[in-house]
Design a protein around this ligand. Structure first.
Ligand code: EPU
Length: 456
């Protein structure tokens, strides 16, 4: 890797400067080699919050060096939790014994664009009787609603007050187990209920719960802490509240979103990538689609190898809650589908607006039409949701370089692999966002033989 100034840049030091945020990428080279994935962002950040519930220090292992983890770390520190790095790389110790209430401004200053303060509510209510969520309705929380969270907290007996600063939640009479049915199996709302119910008085029955592997891993964390949680068929989780919890020692489940991203990078660039730490069990649905698209994979003891098995074929895919095809997998898959021979359709059913990133792929030569209100297609597995979008991808289309701005984490990753698959040079701006969820991103690209410069 060279900087634009012509000096060789150490990818490790470039990692620190990633917020510098612009990459010039020369495409057309297959990505080949081995990358390692650590613990899942979507478990690690929640397990860190769970440490607040313990009476002793917790130890979390395989914590990735990503900015979302830094955000949660500083939010915990603002609340008086001592967070220290362990001797083993990726291990942190969290000591909640000095937990205190933080102010709106402090939480706001440390939360960035993160929604994680919402998940502090249950633990803080048990610990301190009060929780604050800044800036509700502002761009920080955006149009991703939190109504399921607030309704669940009210069901436990919490009182929710809105003010100009944000939301103040209190529990004047403590929290009591509740019967809750989620309108949709929301990941965050399920975690909210788990983190609140474990110390509430009595039994909580949660229906229509999310059952993602990261949620099962959070349940494992909570069980290590002393919680009593069981699950039944049909998305029902039962939590028997206990009087106290202790710290845990836990190795986080691997990041299947990162693993799927590198798998799609191998498809899109016609490369060959071994993803160390990836496991088959949590990726069954992804692997089926990967195979249908024409991908080849080999599951090994220590990871999974991914490459093309021949020409890429079109597919119809619907994103869904687990065990469906994750919404976080569609963005890199769509880049690969631009190289498939024929018409693919991707229905986004989890979020109402998560296909906007495809406009930049069109700028690079893709032929993708987004139908903002979805389309009917045969062979659907997921019932149509009211707020559905669909992308129709016509391939194969050669991709060429363009100047694009990263819009969000997964969309941003897909721009980088599109640029790597494209002929010519691309400029990808705002790369810092990718640090939210991809550890050592530049180092991994470098290891895989990507040709890029850090600009500025
Ligand atoms: N929803 C509501 N009301 C609520 C909560 C959710 O209407 O109170 C809706 C959302 O608007 C969305 C749907 O329910 O349409 C699902 O949202 P969910 O609550 O399941 O998502 P989340 O917990 O906010 C997590 C991950 C996302 C991932 C989704 C779906 C974390 C930090 N985030 O979000 O990950 O896409 O689950 O699996 O765990 C990412 O990693 O880039 C990312 C966005």
């Amino acid at each position: 890797m060279k900087s634009l100034l012509g000096r060789a840049t150490d990818p490790k030091s470039a990692e620190k400067d990633l917020a510098g945020e612009v990459l010039a990428i020369r495409g057309g080279r297959p990505l080949t080699g081995r990358v390692e994935v650590k613990g899942a962002k979507n478990l690690v950040t929640k397990a860190m919050v769970a440490a607040l519930l313990g009476e002793t220090t917790s130890t979390l292992r395989d914590v990735p060096d990503i900015s979302d983890v830094k955000v949660v770390r500083s939010l915990l520190e603002v609340h008086g939790v001592r967070v220290e790095d362990g001797d083993e790389e990726g291990t942190i110790h969290l000591d909640p014994s000095g937990a205190v209430t933080a102010h709106f401004e402090e939480i706001d200053a440390h939360a960035g664009a993160s929604r994680i303060p919402i998940l502090f509510c249950g633990p803080l209510l048990h610990l301190l009787g009060e929780a604050l969520i800044p800036d509700l309705g502002g761009c920080r929380i955006g149009d991703r609603p939190i109504n399921f969270h607030m309704d669940a907290l009210r069901a436990f007996g919490a009182v929710v007050d809105k003010s100009y600063e944000g939301i103040r939640i209190t529990a004047p009479n403590g929290l009591t187990g509740a019967n809750i049915e989620l309108p949709y199996p929301s990941v965050g709302a399920t975690e909210q209920v788990l983190l609140t119910a474990v110390r509430a008085k009595g039994v909580t029955e949660l229906r229509n719960a999310a059952i993602e592997p990261e949620i099962m891993d959070l349940i494992a964390v909570l069980q290590k802490m002393g919680a009593i949680i069981s699950y039944e068929p049909n998305r029902v989780i039962l939590i028997e509240g206990v009087d106290s919890l202790r710290g845990y020692d836990h190795r986080a489940i691997f990041d299947r979103n990162e693993a799927a991203s590198w798998a799609c990078a191998a498809l899109a660039t016609d490369g060959d990538i071994f993803v160390g730490g990836a496991r088959q069990q949590e990726m069954l649905t992804f692997l089926n689609v990967f195979r249908k698209v024409g991908g080849w994979f080999d599951v090994r003891e220590d990871g999974i190898q991914f490459r093309r098995g021949g020409a890429l074929k079109p597919v119809t895919v619907e994103t869904d809650v687990h065990p469906g095809f994750m919404t976080d997998w569609q963005q890199p898959l769509i880049v690969a589908l631009t190289q498939a021979e024929g018409q693919s359709v991707v229905h986004e059913t989890v979020y109402e607006n998560r296909l906007g990133f495809t406009a930049a792929l069109n700028q690079m030569g893709a032929d993708i039409v987004v139908h903002p209100h979805g389309i009917d297609a045969p062979d659907r597995r997921v019932p149509r949701r009211a707020l559905e979008q669909a992308a129709v991808i016509n391939g194969p289309t050669p991709l060429h370089g363009a100047d694009v701005v990263v819009p969000d984490l997964r969309g941003g990753y897909s721009y980088v692999i599109a640029a790597l698959a494209a002929e010519g040079e691309s400029v990808v701006r705002n790369i810092g966002i990718i640090r939210r969820g991809y550890e050592k991103f530049l180092t991994k690209l470098e290891t895989l033989g990507a040709d890029f410069d850090v600009v500025g």
